[in-house]
Design a protein around this ligand. Structure first.
Ligand SMILES: [Zn+2]
Length: 349
């Protein structure tokens, strides 16, 4: 096992590749780092900056040498975090022009000057065009790391100057080991409520950062409630539920449109998992922490019923996004789920 980027979980191939590029001096002048929020993109960017100047080539970045300490401690002017100007949502052309000027001056502490763009997808097209001039002919000491959710949000011309690397989702067992060894609340939660702990790992979606945030019970509560709603919705749709149970599910939804959108998205994830399970029982799941329960639910639907339900959930999300009556839309959705069930009963008789 390689010791490179030992502070990054998972992503073994990516870690080896970056270390090889740094050691051989073939590290490109710019990288686009894409990945979900909380997937470790910022940690990776800072670790690259440290590895470039680290004095222990056998375990880049070592975390102990002067360069590592200064860079991880954010105590050097050579690693520049690029964010939108105060009060602005996007990164404008002024910032890109300033970088163009700044990049002409030599680094002060180390051999490299690293610009970390925190939200590269927030760059306006003008800013991206201005940056392009710098990316085309950067001085030898300059490195640009463009963090974004998806590289497709950047101009093609920028993408052609900077290869894309992607932080991979971390496997659940790695997340579990990591949070247990880094935060004592994790072991406590696992001992006290193993079910909720399993739900937390699942809700983290392959992101260690998310898993750590969810150890905070105030942050976890709404996420757990939303997951419970998604399970109840699917459970009611799968059974001959009474009207009372359906009304209860409707009452579990939020009153706020943007939160309902999130809830419906999660229900879609849960239903998609069931479709996948019908095809492969061992397939990796996005939503369900309890595979046995999910398999049991999947068996109660036909494939076409699951597709129909997803279509209805997506239509409801669209209606609610367009200001339709929330209560009415959700009532129609939850009661229509049962209609698919009736049709199944009818076909089977
Ligand atoms: Zn070091």
């Amino acid at each position: 096992m390689s010791e490179y980027f030992g502070n990054i979980a998972g992503n073994a191939a990516l870690r080896r590749r970056l270390a090889a590029e740094i050691k051989s001096g073939s590290f490109p002048h710019a990288y686009i780092i894409e990945g979900e929020e909380g997937s470790g993109r910022r940690t990776l960017a800072r670790s690259i900056a440290a590895a470039l100047s680290c004095s222990n080539p056998d375990r880049l970045p070592c975390g102990e040498c002067l360069a590592c300490r200064k860079i991880f401690g954010n105590k050097t002017p050579d690693v520049i975090s690029v964010t939108p100007e105060q009060g602005k949502a996007s990164l404008g052309v002024d910032v890109a022009r300033e970088i163009r000027r700044d990049v002409m001056t030599l680094p002060i502490d180390f051999a490299y000057k690293v610009y970390i763009f925190e939200g590269a997808d927030k760059m306006t097209p003008e800013a991206q065009n201005a940056l392009l001039l710098t990316l085309e002919e950067p001085p030898a000491f300059a490195v640009f790391l463009l963090i974004c959710r998806s590289a497709t949000n950047l101009l093609v011309t920028v993408r052609s100057r900077a290869p894309t690397i992607r932080t991979e989702p971390i496997p659940p067992d790695v997340i579990e080991d990591y949070i247990i060894s880094h935060d004592k609340r994790a072991a406590e939660l696992k001992a006290e409520s193993p079910g909720e702990f399993a739900e937390l790992i699942c809700a983290a979606g392959g992101c260690i950062g998310q898993a750590l945030l969810l150890l905070d019970s105030d942050r976890r509560r709404p996420v757990m409630e939303r997951r419970r709603l998604a399970r109840s919705f699917v459970g009611v749709a799968a059974s001959k539920a009474q009207a009372r149970e359906k009304l209860e599910v409707i009452s579990m939804f939020s009153q706020k449109r943007e939160e309902i959108a999130e809830e419906l998205r999660l229900i879609t994830d849960a239903l998609r998992d069931l479709i996948i399970l019908k095809k492969a029982k061992e397939a990796p799941l996005v939503f369900w922490a309890d595979r046995a329960a999910a398999l049991e639910l999947a068996a109660r639907f036909s494939l076409s019923e699951l597709f129909l339900l997803i279509k209805r959930v997506e239509a409801a999300a669209e209606h609610i996004g367009r200001n339709a009556n929330i209560k009415l839309t959700l009532t129609n959705l939850v009661f229509a789920g049962a209609q698919a069930q009736k049709r199944k009963d009818y076909n089977e008789q």
